[in-house]
Design a protein around this ligand. Structure first.
Ligand SMILES: Cc1cc2nc3c(=O)[nH]c(=O)nc-3n(C[C@H](O)[C@H](O)[C@H](O)COP(=O)(O)OP(=O)(O)OC[C@H]3O[C@@H](n4cnc5c(N)ncnc54)[C@H](O)[C@@H]3O)c2cc1C
Length: 564
């Protein structure tokens, strides 16, 4: 049951306490409570998604992410020295993040990454269970492929053989056509097939090439772990309680035991704030941290699990010296380019025309059809590699997990970024195999203080130089003959810049994606696990929700197995 008030919560003692009701947390809670003999409490800082239009209507998805809404943690990065000391709002990165509350993955893009991403996780962890072949069934278990809202013929737009059909999360292809723009993208794959081959399905484990974007959307609405895993039937389970507006500060009631020498420590309680009062929820079996790549390391650090020197400097006593907590954060920086177009068939035809906007919204309300059924990220995506002889490999060895994995994602969007009147299209180039690393650290001993988020953007020269090369792919893409007569002037003329100027410009104008933190079971502890995006040891070359879902599905199986 969903509780809005701590006073209504029937108990503060459960078998499992899950911290965070986001993408992963709700999967774990839903799967664990399939066994009616275990009890689970989820503590979520945010409000409910129910009745929040921005969380329901794909076209309004940005509204959930913006700083200043009740659904955002309102975080910013610390000044990024590698990016002209820019302070980035840490959410609007079109691509990734974590602070959506109750499972609102903003952009809705559904991309699994390369098979090689998962095979690398298997190698790094020594656990074959994370390999693509072993993880693939979890993708199918999570997914329910769904016809697009306009029921158009999807033949040749995806490969049904690699999709699940009866999982909780609906996945679909755009349900409204920006046909003119789409044709130019597809024709480019025919006119420049060597550089930009068509890929029938970017979620087959071999993402390279240009293909139709897939989204976590069903029937014109967002599909998320809140809608897919927290169904009315699941919410009626007597063994599942979810408390909203409960912000966890730290783990408490640490005990020491000699029973398992490798796991001498255990936390038995989770301290959380509801309103102005503090409470402790107790877990007899496990505490599962699913608070995302910022929340999870912050809670561990608040609890005294982290680098001893840094904790001591803040006056926090160390429970276990684990210097890796909050380190190894990485990000997908991206750079967007816009061109004016000789057409009025762009998203601006809605966003810059109040009458059409209202008509489109009314259509969505009436029949869940029309342009509001899709988010605005784009109609297609392309996954590309640096050229094998690129000079950037002199600076750093290839950071991608293998030859079938991308260095870049190119997103094709029938709208511009400038915000000026007119009609535009954009190509966004994201660097999805970053070498730079950052960190999440505490700003004070106050567990509710905003943590310091350092994405380390461009701290390694490789990333900026690689992204500069990536820009050349985008500029080449629009040289295909199909764009003649359609494409107007770029909003910023990048071709007039020298390579050094272009690199500096990219450093100053790129946006961020998401950091993460590795490790599933927290070393040294009994009954403490991390199950969320932060366990991925290296960010996949993809948007991260699909990887998070399979981490959560397998994570839930691992927990079940431990207690069976
Ligand atoms: C703007 C934006 C766009 C995105 N677009 C896409 C996309 O298009 N495609 C894609 O694949 N991925 C996208 N993502 C990324 C995706 O949302 C994440 O990969 C995914 O949500 C990570 O799941 P998680 O369970 O680790 O964390 P989350 O889903 O963030 O869940 C963490 C939960 O814990 C809660 N929490 C945190 N701290 C505490 C605390 N102290 N106490 C209690 N609760 C706490 C949070 O409120 C949240 O509900 C986007 C993210 C953002 C923000």
């Amino acid at each position: 049951k969903l509780y809005e008030d701590v006073a209504d919560l029937p108990a503060l003692q459960y078998d499992f306490v899950v911290v965070g009701g986001g993408t992963a947390g709700l999967v774990v809670a839903s799967r664990l409570t399939e066994n009616s003999s275990v009890s689970v409490l989820v503590l979520e800082a945010g409000p409910s998604n129910v009745g929040v239009l921005d969380a329901q209507v794909p076209f309004l998805a940005d509204g959930v992410a913006n700083n200043g809404t009740p659904y955002s943690w309102n975080y910013s990065t610390i000044p990024q020295t590698g990016a002209a000391n820019h302070v980035f709002e840490y959410l609007r990165g079109e691509v990734y993040t974590w602070w959506m509350q109750l499972a609102q993955q903003d952009g809705l893009a559904y991309t699994r990454g390369a098979a090689e991403d998962f095979d690398r996780y298997a190698n790094l962890t020594g656990d074959e269970g994370w390999s693509w072949n072993k993880i693939f069934p979890y993708f199918l278990k999570n997914e329910r492929w769904t016809a697009p809202a306009d029921h158009h013929d999807t033949h040749g737009q995806y490969n049904p053989a690699v999709h699940g059909t009866d999982g909780p999360i609906q996945v679909s292809i755009s349900g409204f056509s920006w046909s003119e723009f789409e044709q130019h993208v597809i024709q480019t794959t025919e006119q420049l097939p060597h550089d930009f081959p068509f890929n029938l399905d970017m979620n087959s484990g071999k993402p390279l090439g240009i293909g139709w974007f897939q989204y976590t959307i069903g029937g014109g609405e967002r599909s998320s772990s809140a809608t897919g895993y927290l169904t009315p039937a699941v919410l009626r389970r007597p063994n599942l309680d979810i408390l909203l507006h409960a912000q966890v500060s730290k783990l408490v009631n640490v005990t020491q035991s000699r029973v398992v020498p490798a796991e001498p420590l255990a936390f038995r309680g989770v301290e959380f704030k509801y309103g102005s009062s503090l409470h402790v929820a107790k877990a007899s079996k496990e505490i599962i941290l699913s608070a995302g790549p910022i929340g999870t390391p912050q809670i561990l650090l608040n609890s005294g699990v982290g680098d001893r020197t840094a904790l001591t400097a803040l006056g926090i006593s160390t429970v276990l010296d684990l210097p890796g907590v909050g380190k190894n954060a990485s990000e997908h920086p991206y750079f967007g380019m816009s061109w004016a177009v000789n057409s009025n068939q762009t998203v601006e035809s809605i966003t810059q025309n109040a009458t059409r906007y209202n008509e489109a919204f009314a259509e969505w309300n009436r029949s869940h059809t029309g342009p509001f059924v899709d988010p605005t990220p784009g109609t297609h995506a392309g996954w590309l590699r640096l050229r094998a002889n690129s000079s950037v490999f002199d600076i750093h060895p290839d950071p991608s997990p293998g030859p079938d994995a991308p260095h870049f994602e190119m997103i094709f969007q029938p709208f511009g970024f400038a915000g000026t009147p007119g009609h535009f299209i954009s190509l966004t180039m994201a660097m999805v195999s970053p070498v730079s690393r950052g960190s999440v650290t505490l700003s004070s001993a106050d567990p509710f203080a905003t943590p310091l988020i350092d994405l380390g953007l461009f701290s390694n020269e490789f990333d900026a130089l690689a992204l500069t090369e990536g820009i050349q792919f985008a500029l080449k893409f629009v040289t295909a003959p199909t764009w003649n007569g359609y494409l107007g002037a770029p909003t910023v003329d990048l071709t007039s810049m020298s390579p050094a100027e272009l690199t500096a410009y990219i450093r100053a104008h790129s946006g961020p994606g998401v950091p993460r933190y590795p490790d599933l079971k927290v070393k040294g502890f009994a009954g403490l696990r991390v199950i969320d995006a932060s366990v991925l040891p290296i960010v996949p070359g993809a948007h991260t929700q699909a990887a998070t879902y399979v981490v959560a599905e397998r994570g839930a199986d691992l927990v079940k197995h431990s207690w069976s």
